[in-house]
Write a protein that binds this ligand. Sequence first.
Ligand code: UDP
Ligand code: MN
Length: 326
Amino acid sequence: MRGSIKMCVLVMIGAAIIFYQSHLSNTLVVRIETNQELPNAKEEMFVDGNGIGVAAVGAGNSGAVGILNINSNSHSQLALPPLYIITPTYYRAEQLPELTRLSHTLMLVPNVHWLVIEDAHTKSPLVGELLERTSLKFSHLVAPMPDKYKKRKVKPRGVSNRNRGLQWIREHATNGVFYFADDDNTYDLRLFEQMRFTKKVSMWPVGLITKLGVSSPIVRNGTFDGFYDGWIAGRKFPVDMAGFAVSVKFLLERPNATMPFKPGFEEDGFLRSLAPFEPKDIELLASNCTKVLVWHTQTKKNERSQPLDMVKYGTTNLVDLKKVIF
Ligand code: UDP
Ligand code: MN
């Protein structure tokens, strides 16, 4: 009898704690939703019934606030500017694992529309099934690399895909921000909340680039003072594809902006095509470019796997596994 009273008291204390915590986090959610800019706040993380929240602010000239939702239904309540994530991808053994990784990052970002654009003539059903499983808003498109570039030793990788993404934005988007997110990089969630309020073009450091280890705008006394990159090559904007985001409105005002099929000069060519736009106009994020929020990771290429012995294994689970392993 005494045991069950004790149990009852414990349950009541537990319920009271849960109630108190949910009350606390609700208060926080209201604050986040009603404040789009909190210039002097610090980063805060919290958990509530809708998922994990973050307020990541005070980064240079453009603070950003958002909620990282696990529950996609609540995205529409946020009224945050949309993020269009343009991801070029192509068929290879690493494609599904890369897209799995990236999709699971994007599932934690509110109000995202993922443009997954295959360098292929037809859509891969496996990629389509992966996208369906994410619960993300997405568009699954194809944009094959023109044959004349395929024959070249150094290819303009992902360019036809990204230009297809730009075309989609011109046809469907009116506000928000877009970002070229390759399928193999590693993205910190804070990056998405910071780029969301880009007015023209925002930039930040990218880790694991060239011998220097990082590519970044240089910030001296709080202002832009050139670029640090292992390969300048006469580029006006010597930056990596993962190192900038662009306002949709800014793009729409520039009907001729496009990415050139010029290996090594894709970023520079695209950013130049946004003229009028000068390096001094860059919005510096990641706490005035002092933090690495995206890494240019590269996955080891895997050999094609050996064919399955169908006589031995033709009626087993291995047949299904082979379909995704290649
Ligand atoms: N990509 C593509 N077609 C290709 C090669 C690459 O669509 O023939 C995509 C790839 O999936 C990635 C982006 O283009 O999202 C950049 O390619 P990769 O990562 O190989 O280039 P790197 O990062 O090494 O410059
Ligand atoms: Mn890459």
